[in-house]
Ligand binder design. Structure first.
Ligand SMILES: Nc1ncnc2c1ncn2[C@@H]1O[C@H](COP(=O)(O)OP(=O)(O)OP(=O)(O)O)[C@@H](O)[C@H]1O
Ligand SMILES: [Mg+2]
Length: 142
């Protein structure tokens, strides 16, 4: 979870693409009920014993409740990666994206307004903080 253009999809490709399925609302952006579609895909992966990364902003605890529940139901470990990014930095990186990948600035502000960082009290077994470091790459802190 984290603001738009905070590095979530890049991090997935670098760290998890080989081992985890990818569920992202960007991959079914025309679906009317994206929450339900996301849940179906997560359930499908976990039902067949595959690990899964949910790559979305998921800004509020309410957004995350069903995800944690799916994990518990299937005996999987829910782990959070929270992408720390200032609105200004997200806007700047967003400006560098092209085509459909670029989102309107207003979407970044809307997410920032309701963003609540994840915590273990929600049911996550681990919560990592991820930052884009100066020398490119990512910094991951527990
Ligand atoms: N470690 C990094 N160092 C520098 N730039 C990066 C890094 N990771 C990602 N970027 C750049 O930042 C931009 C946003 O990255 P990315 O698309 O992964 O974000 P996102 O969190 O998945 O955004 P969205 O929520 O809109 O899908 C991209 O243009 C990407 O190239
Ligand atoms: Mg993305």
């Amino acid at each position: 979870m984290g603001l738009q253009a905070s590095g979530k999809s890049t991090f997935y490709r670098e760290r998890f693409a080989e081992t985890h399925e990818h569920v992202s609302k960007d991959l079914f952006r025309h679906n009317k009920n994206r929450g339900r579609r996301q849940a179906q895909l997560v359930e499908a992966a976990l039902s067949s014993g595959r690990s899964v990364v949910v790559d979305n902003t998921n800004p509020t605890p309410e957004d995350r409740v069903p995800l944690i529940e799916h994990a518990r139901e299937h005996g999987a470990r829910p782990v959070a990666y929270y992408f720390e990014s200032e609105t200004r930095d997200s806007r700047e990186r967003n400006r560098g994206r092209e085509g459909r990948a670029r989102v309107p600035d207003v979407a970044i502000y809307a997410t920032a307004k309701k963003l609540v960082p994840p915590s273990r009290s929600e049911g996550f077994e681990e919560v990592y903080r991820v930052r884009i470091s100066e020398r490119e790459g990512f910094e991951v802190l527990l």
